[in-house]
Design a protein around this ligand. Structure first.
Ligand SMILES: *Cc1c(COP(=O)(O)O)cnc(C)c1O
Length: 361
């Protein structure tokens, strides 16, 4: 097409590939590839979803006051410093659009979440990839990579797909060491799986250069509805609200999100189940000679001898109706990321990996 060209960087974006959810010719499939809650969402949330159907002719609130107030109340935060988005992905997008552009640098780590490079390219900024240490974010390496052009540093904590977690002191050291003009984005998509973790809220309170993002997609079991939020200093929230579409969240998202955040009993139950089943799965895989780092999330990063063994195992699991995630694209070709399922799901995947290691192909 003559002269019709996208902005710089956009054609460098490879289209996102999500976790598959079906296998041809296999029924009774267990999907352990997208870190979804195997128990779904709570009953209170389903009731709210039904009720929300009655108000679909109305435009949603543009300021999200109800949902923000509920989040603020439950988490003990200032509702004026919360922003809600279409998944936390949209909040990450607001930050990137508002603070980075051509000529700027955006830092993420070698095994970092795949949205970060996509977002940097979307705005024409230069993505700077920093090595990790044994699948763990390395604060010193990030600080060494910072320049006057650094505008955003993204870390997920716990990390995806590593599942490893930096202690709060290390995150604080990272925030304190950033150059002027750089923002630390502390992506807390898996915070709820860690008892007592605040997702970076205290860090946001104490500093001017940190934003925390959170999601309803993981422990709340609402990946299909697309709701996330961020918490940041008022000045940053004021900027992000200018690039947010006024009606980005539907009435359904707002009402269901509010019911979900108020049902913390469900969160606690799911956290306890996840912790118990994750420990069981990690031990069961270790018995079959498949190691993994201690995970703070709702998945395990299973390590195999090499890429060939990881791929062969993935193929075998597919024949058994089990879908897990290959993570070669995250610089982890010898690993498979396995979501912690319900108990039958965990037993099935552990059994199949045992059979694979015992020679089944
Ligand atoms: C799943 C995930 C998200 C966001 O998901 P949304 O559904 O957009 O809220 C963000 N960061 C990481 C690291 C994730 O794994």
């Amino acid at each position: 097409m003559p002269g019709i060209l996208p902005q710089p960087g956009i054609m460098d974006i490879a289209l996102y590939v999500g976790g598959t959810s079906s296998i041809e010719g296999v029924s009774d499939v267990v999907k352990l590839s997208s870190n979804e809650n195997p128990f779904g969402c709570s009953d209170a949330v389903k009731v709210a979803y039904g009720k929300a159907g009655h108000g679909l002719h109305r435009y949603p609130s543009t300021d999200h006051a109800g949902l923000r107030a509920a989040i603020a109340e439950v988490h003990g935060l200032d509702g004026e410093r919360i922003i809600c988005g279409v998944g936390s992905d949209e909040v990450l997008q607001f930050v990137t659009m508002a603070y980075a552009g051509v000529g700027d640098e955006v830092i993420y780590t070698e095994h970092g979440f795949s949205m970060y490079p996509i977002l940097a390219k979307m705005v024409g900024a230069k993505g700077v990839v920093v090595p990790e240490r044994e699948r763990m974010v390395d604060v010193d390496a990030i600080l060494a990579a910072c320049t006057q052009k650094t505008k955003i540093v993204f870390i997920a904590n716990p990390g995806n797909p590593t599942g490893t977690m930096l202690p709060p002191e290390e995150v604080a050291r990272l925030a304190d060491g950033l150059p002027d003009g750089a923002i630390l984005v502390h992506d807390g998509a898996y915070t709820e799986f860690v008892a007592g973790a605040d997702g970076g809220a205290a860090l946001v309170e104490a500093r001017e250069n940190v934003i925390m993002t959170r999601t309803f997609s993981k422990i709340y079991g609402l990946g299909g509805l697309r709701i996330g939020w961020g918490y940041a200093p008022k000045e940053i929230i004021d900027v992000l609200n200018r690039v947010r579409q006024p009606f980005n969240l539907s009435t359904v998202q707002l009402e269901v999100g509010e019911a979900a955040v108020r049902d913390q009993a469900w969160v606690e139950k799911c956290r306890a189940d996840n912790t118990r089943l994750r420990t069981w799965l990690r031990d069961a895989l270790a018995e079959h000679g498949v190691d993994s780092d201690p995970s703070s999330a709702n998945f395990i990063l299973a390590r195999f001898a090499d890429q060939a063994e990881a791929e062969a195992c993935d193929e075998y699991l597919k024949t058994q109706g089990l879908i897990v995630r290959r993570v070669a694209g995250y610089g982890l070709p010898n690993c498979l990321r396995i979501t912690v399922g319900d108990e039958p799901g965990c037993r099935r995947v552990a059994h199949a990996i045992g059979q694979f290691k015992a020679g089944a192909r």
